[in-house]
Design a protein around this ligand. Structure first.
Ligand SMILES: NC(=O)c1ccc[n+]([C@@H]2O[C@H](COP(=O)([O-])OP(=O)(O)OC[C@H]3O[C@@H](n4cnc5c(N)ncnc54)[C@H](O)[C@@H]3O)[C@@H](O)[C@H]2O)c1
Length: 251
C-alpha cells in the first residue's frame, strides 16, 4: 500500500460539496484522484480545480446504483494510475423528510439504493483491488443521521446501514491490511443543504441556532478528516464513525 503522496484515490460524489473537497485534498496531498459522479458538469469542474492547482485527476461518469458503472470507476483507477489505495464512498441523496409511514416503497428503495447499496457496490469493486495492492484505506460518508434520529427515516436507516457496513468490512478485511472508517457530518454548507435552506430559511435559522459552534460546517472540515483517516497517522483507527458536527450531538 502507498502513502497518500504516492497513492491513488477514488471519490464518489466528487462533483460537488464534500466529495469535491476531499478530491481536492487528496490531490493536494499528492494522490492521483479518480473523481466519480453522476453529474458530468460538476465532475469536470472538480477536475479543472485539481488541475489548476497542479494536481492529477480523471473524471468518470458513475452512477453508484449501477454495478457496471462502479466497476468501470475502479477500472479507471487501474488503467490510468495502475492501482487503487484509497476510496471515499460519499455519493448520496437526501430529502425534505416526512414521517416514516408517509413514504411510498419507491422512495424507500431509491434512498437505500443510492446511500447504502451504492456504498456496498463500491466496496465490492474496491476491496479486491486493494487486496491486490497489499492494503488500503476506505472512508464511507455516513451522517449524524447514522448515529441518531436526525434526518428522515429512510435517510437515517441508510446512514445507520453505512456504519454497519463499515464495521463489518473492518472485521472481514483487517487481515488484508485494509482500514475502513466512516465520517458522520453534521449540517455542512454544501449544495445539498443550501437547497434545503433556500426552500425553508426559517428552518435553516433554527437548525443553525441549535449547533453549538453557531454555524454550519465547511465541506473542507469533513475532507480534512477523510484524508487524515486514509493516512498513516490514522493507522490504528479502524471501523469508527467519526462525528464532525460542531457539537450538535453532544447536547
Ligand atoms: N451536507 C450535509 O449537511 C451532509 C450531512 C451529513 C451527511 N452528508 C452526506 O455527505 C455526502 C455528500 O453530500 P454533500 O452535502 O456534499 O451533497 P452534494 O449534493 O453537494 O453532493 C453529492 C454528490 O453526489 C452525487 N450523486 C448523487 N447521487 C449519485 C449517484 N447515484 N451516483 C453518483 N453520484 C451521485 C451528486 O451528483 C453530487 O455531486 C452524502 O452522502 C450526504 O448524505 C451531507
Amino acid at each position: 500500500m502507498n502513502g497518500i503522496q504516492d497513492g491513488v484515490a477514488v471519490v464518489t460524489g466528487g462533483g460537488s460539496g464534500i466529495g469535491r473537497q476531499s478530491s481536492l485534498r487528496f490531490a493536494e496531498a499528492g494522490a492521483k484522484v479518480v473523481v466519480a459522479d453522476v453529474d458530468e458538469d460538476g465532475g469536470h469542474e472538480t477536475i479543472e480545480m485539481i488541475e489548476s492547482n497542479g494536481g492529477e485527476a480523471t473524471f468518470v461518469r458513475t452512477d453508484v446504483t449501477d454495478s457496471d458503472d462502479v466497476d468501470a470507476m475502479v477500472q479507471t483507477a487501474l488503467d490510468e494510475y495502475g492501482g487503487l489505495d484509497f476510496a471515499h464512498n460519499n455519493a448520496g441523496i437526501a430529502d425534505e423528510g416526512t414521517r416514516l409511514a408517509e413514504y411510498d416503497e419507491a422512495e424507500w428503495d431509491r434512498m437505500i439504493d443510492v446511500n447504502l447499496k451504492g456504498v456496498w457496490r463500491c466496496l465490492k469493486a474496491e476491496i479486491p483491488e486493494m487486496i491486490e495492492r497489499g492494503g488500503g484505506a476506505v472512508v464511507n460518508t455516513s451522517s449524524v443521521a447514522g448515529v441518531s434520529a436526525n434526518g428522515s427515516a429512510h435517510y437515517a436507516a441508510s446512514k445507520h446501514g453505512v456504519i454497519g457496513l463499515t464495521r463489518r468490512a473492518t472485521v472481514d478485511y483487517a487481515e488484508d491490511g485494509i482500514r475502513f472508517n466512516a465520517v458522520c457530518p453534521g449540517v455542512i454548507d454544501t449544495p445539498m443543504v443550501q437547497q434545503a435552506g433556500e426552500d425553508n430559511t426559517e428552518e435553516m435559522d433554527r437548525i443553525t441556532a441549535a449547533i453549538p459552534a453557531g454555524r454550519l460546517g465547511d465541506p473542507e472540515e469533513i475532507a480534512d478528516a477523510v484524508v487524515w483517516l486514509c493516512s498513516e497517522e490514522a493507522s490504528y483507527v479502524m471501523g469508527q464513525p467519526i462525528i464532525i458536527d460542531g457539537g450538535l450531538l453532544v447536547q
